[in-house]
Design a protein around this ligand. Structure first.
Ligand code: TRP
Length: 452
């Protein structure tokens, strides 16, 4: 019963898993979404709540997702169903997996459009357009791009094509090799950017903005946004980490892997913040500028540095790689579901799912131009999707996974997957996942809708 294997194969080593999961976690969420969310929610207090959520909610859920995935060895829906029936529990839990698969589809549809911006910035950067640019210039470059639906559609299509192409090949070929070089390269380049931001921008003001909490500036919605960001950036709550866990060799340590992934992910986000906010304050830009923030600020730093065009091209290439390795993990759960449940081939599944997601993405493309006026609760289609998935669907999915791992699985099953750890570990994890994590998620939810 415990010796199940995935029909999709296995990672070659623990390092391969950690790198792939880090590739999933590190992406636009760190470099595009984190700064823009922190900027919109007033900085310091948002960052503190985000860090707390990573530690108390994200980490235990990440361990649970890996554990469920490795035990179930199937797509998120069927892993949950299988484990529930192994332990003699109701199989309704599988619908949490189904919701996760759906969440992944929705996220990838707008994620791909933003990744398309990063793609579009590669030829932009190569043309030398940022050299000596002012804040007004870089803002205009960004506005011109998003105002043009055909350009956005072109880059979105290219990015979805790239994502489908890797997924068609399966997990082991390509993905493993790519992240091994690209993740460290991205980190080094970001550190160079921090150096430049320190020189040309207001570094101290940026540090104060990011790390000096002013809790009066963070309402219940801001707390919810910080928790949503923790889920989004760690790829939690929809089954991406679960599916990667389903390819994990049996004897690797789950907690060690999870801690490594979360640490790297958090480091990249904070470093991205330190690269961006000095430029924001140095150039009199607005921290709350919204989704365009990174695409307007970093080009200013590139415009100042020697060989700026070269570094800009390199940066956007690496950003695309970060987004790519994340997008693959968003597509993988639905693809495995189509293969295992409906007996599609991997190629058919990737094309079908990718095609549906591509189509949905057109809504996000248009929400920056032709549909910009159509809003619901003051949000465009793109903003609705971003909000709904990150702030509601992911935390809800995470809550279900926590309840599943803590309350539905028996000690024997969850303990079996964590058997190699030091003695204190299992009782601590079990306590946190049963009491702390679900209560924290619920409290943030209820607080946001005004109940507590
Ligand atoms: N974590 C990725 C990022 O920060 C995005 C991502 C990949 C994701 N897989 C996910 C988000 C699953 C939520 C759920 O860019």
């Amino acid at each position: 019963m415990t010796a199940r294997t995935s029909i999709h194969g296995e990672w070659s080593t623990r390092l391969a898993f950690v790198l792939a999961a880090t590739g999933s976690a590190v992406g636009l969420g760190n470099i595009w979404r984190f700064p823009y969310m922190a900027g919109e929610n007033g900085g310091g207090a948002f960052v503190i709540v985000y860090l707390l959520c990573v530690a108390l909610v994200g980490l235990p859920i990440m361990m649970s997702e890996i554990l469920v995935g490795r035990r179930g060895r199937r797509n998120p829906m069927d892993s949950l169903r299988q484990l529930a029936s192994d332990d003699g529990r109701s199989t309704v839990w599988q619908y949490a997996g189904m919701m996760g698969i759906l969440t992944g589809i929705l996220i990838l549809s707008f994620y791909s459009v933003v990744a398309g911006w990063a793609l579009a910035y590669i030829p932009n950067a190569a043309s030398g357009i940022f050299a000596g640019a002012t804040a007004a210039d870089t803002q205009a470059i960004f506005d011109d791009l998003t105002a043009n639906p055909w350009a956005l559609l072109f880059w979105h299509t290219l990015f979805m094509g790239m994502t489908i192409a890797v997924t068609v090949r399966g997990v082991r070929h390509g993905l493993e090799k790519a992240v091994r070089i690209l993740m460290p390269a991205l980190l080094v380049l970001l550190l160079i950017m921090v150096g430049y931001a320190m020189r040309i921008g207001e570094f101290e003001q940026a540090v104060a903005f990011l790390f000096r909490p002013d809790f009066s500036a963070l309402g219940p919605q801001g707390v919810l946004a910080a928790m949503g960001q923790a889920f989004f950036t760690l790829s939690l709550g929809m089954g991406a980490i679960m599916i990667y866990g389903s390819y994990l060799p049996a004897r690797t340590s789950i907690p060690r892997s999870a801690v490594a992934i979360a640490l790297m992910d958090t480091a990249v986000a904070l470093i991205a913040g330190l690269a961006i906010f000095p430029v924001v304050f140095g150039s009199m830009l607005e921290p709350a500028a919204g989704p365009g923030l990174v695409f307007v600020t970093l080009p200013l730093a590139f415009g100042e540095m020697p060989y700026g065009s070269f570094f800009a091209v390199l940066f956007f290439v690496l950003l695309v790689f970060g987004a790519w390795t994340s997008a693959i993990s968003l597509l993988e759960p639905v693809v495995t579901w189509l293969v295992e449940r409906l007996e599609f081939t991997r190629v058919q599944a990737a094309l079908l799912a990718g095609g549906v997601i591509w189509l949905l993405g057109i809504g996000s493309v248009l929400s920056f131009n032709a549909w910009a006026e159509y809003t619901l609760f003051d949000r465009t289609f793109f903003q609705m999707l971003d909000d709904l998935t990150a702030n509601i669907m992911l935390p809800l999915g995470g809550l279900f996974i926590a309840l599943f791992a803590g309350w539905v699985m028996t000690r024997k099953t969850s303990g079996g997957e964590l058997a190699g750890e030091p003695g204190w570990f299992y009782p601590t994890w079990r306590f946190v996942i049963r009491y702390i994590t679900p209560v924290a998620v619920l409290a943030v939810f209820l607080n946001a809708i005004g109940l507590v």
